[in-house]
Design a protein around this ligand. Structure first.
Ligand code: LLP
Length: 432
């Protein structure tokens, strides 16, 4: 199987020790399942690699945009990770879950004054400032409150992470951050240092997502430490925190690349420590911001088949009760997934069909070219694997379809983390 939390026992799909078909019966479909132990293991892998690395004080920050709901912030807090939050909605959810907000890092390229005030009200520890206007705004709002706000400055190191364009964010022409190459990043650090109500702690970059090349983080660390040296030489300031963002890739199908994340982290930390010594600057504490690699392989989605359409001489479709509303990633990025028929996981004979959803749009494809049992029919259960990241968090109500529930599974025991949306939830904001 693609991951060791998925197995087939007596012709049944077992996920995180629980029988997938029984959970589908109990909660209905579509259904997101999340393996809590797997989330915790992934957190620990980061904490162990960073905790013992050559850059003291290093830690991981969970990028909660990958999958955001109340209980996940509790799990992350228990595992000792910080949280990357990007909106008042994520901040509100984290705070409501009792997350220690001094360990929250507020990201994003356009924080409104209302967002900034709200984040300060909630006690968010760090602002990752993206641009000059934001430095001014955070300084002004911190001043009104009589506080000194800790900040990191987001910069672009000009690194191409060799991934798909939608998620490549570290190039010089990115909408995020301030470019080192053009000299504007140094100007921004200078501006930050001059502001009375800002406490400049360090620099941040995020070069992209689904990174498998083991040298991407080393290359960005090379540029970032060089920039730290300029900050020291030209502005006389220390960079206490070096945040290299998230981005480690995850395997969605057999034969896809893989990366040994802990080993890569240790290499990057060693590189940073040695390079800082040779540059004569203080070794910073590292921050990494994994999202996908914490939750992707902790999730699967279950669907019920509604129709099997065989267009003689053309192609076949298997339609299920979800679609681009709960997983827009194929429609957006052409992302590949592994798909199983959960109640017939090892079929003797198969047909090829596109797995499609129920939305009124031809682009509503979850995955093209899937092998299904030849006798697949209405009522069968389909599982899409590795859907823990950027599925629930990117789900929509297109066609006024309610979002599915999220159920966490821990050692075979299930527990509802997000209930299914109701029709009243859908009309809740409407003025009739
Ligand atoms: N830090 C920052 C500042 C980010 O922008 C992101 C992701 C991360 C950390 C986490 O990256 P990860 O470890 O998850 O790769 N919707 C796309 C992914 C967008 C990623 C956006 N930023 C997808 O479904 O593939």
């Amino acid at each position: 199987m693609l991951y060791d939390n998925i197995e087939i026992k007596d012709g049944r799909l077992i996920f995180a020790g629980a029988d997938a078909a029984k959970l589908a019966e109990k909660y209905g479909t579509p259904l997101y399942l999340m393996d809590e132990e797997r989330i915790r293991q992934s957190c620990r892998a980061y904490s162990e690699a960073l905790g013992g690395c050559l850059c003291p004080g290093s830690k991981a920050i969970y990028a909660s945009k990958a999958c955001c709901f109340g209980k996940i912030y509790k799990i992350i807090a228990e595992e000792g990770l910080g949280a990357d939050v990007v909106s008042a909605g994520e901040i509100y959810t984290a705070k409501k879950a009792g997350f220690p907000m001094e360990e929250a890092y507020f990201q994003g390229n356009n924080k409104t004054d209302a967002d900034i005030s709200f984040a300060m009200d909630c006690g968010v520890g760090y602002f990752v400032c993206d641009n000059f206007e934001e430095l001014d705004a955070v300084d002004a709002i911190a001043g009104q409150r009589g506080i000194k706000q800790k900040i990191l400055l987001r910069v672009t190191p000009g690194i191409d992470p060799h991934t798909y364009d939608e998620v490549a964010t570290g190039k010089v022409d990115s909408k995020f951050g301030v470019a080192i190459e053009t000299g504007q990043a140094l100007e921004a650090v200078k501006a930050a240092l001059s502001k009375k109500n800002l406490d400049f702690r360090g620099i941040h970059c995020h070069v992209g997502s689904m990174v498998f090349d083991s040298d991407v983080f080393i290359r960005s660390a090379a540029v970032m430490t060089g920039f730290m040296s300029d900050i020291k030489k030209i502005l006389g300031a220390d960079t206490k925190i070096l945040d290299l963002g998230g981005g480690y890739g995850v395997k969605y199908y057999e034969g896809q690349g893989e990366i040994d994340i802990p080993a890569n982290i240790r290499l990057v930390a060693k590189y940073v420590a040695e390079r800082c010594s040779s540059l004569g600057i203080a070794v910073p504490a590292l921050r990494l911001e994994p999202g996908r690699s914490i939750v992707a392989d902790a999730g699967i989605t279950l669907y019920t088949v509604g129709s099997v359409k065989k267009i003689t001489g053309y192609k076949n479709y298997v339609s299920v009760d979800g679609g681009m509303t709960d997983n827009p990633r194929y429609a957006l990025y052409g992302s590949r997934y592994t798909v199983l028929t959960a109640n017939k996981p090892e079929p003797a004979e198969t047909i090829e069909a596109d797995l499609v959803g129920r939305c009124c749009e031809s682009g509503d494809i979850i995955q093209p070219g899937v092998r299904f049992p030849t006798d697949i029919k209405r009522g069968d259960l389909v599982a899409v694997l590795t859907t823990g990241a950027y599925n629930y968090s990117m789900a929509s109500n297109y066609n006024r379809i309610p979002r599915p529930p999220v159920v966490t599974v821990s050692a075979g025991r299930d527990s509802l983390a997000v209930r299914r949306e109701t029709l009243d939830d859908l009309t809740g904001c409407d003025i009739f």
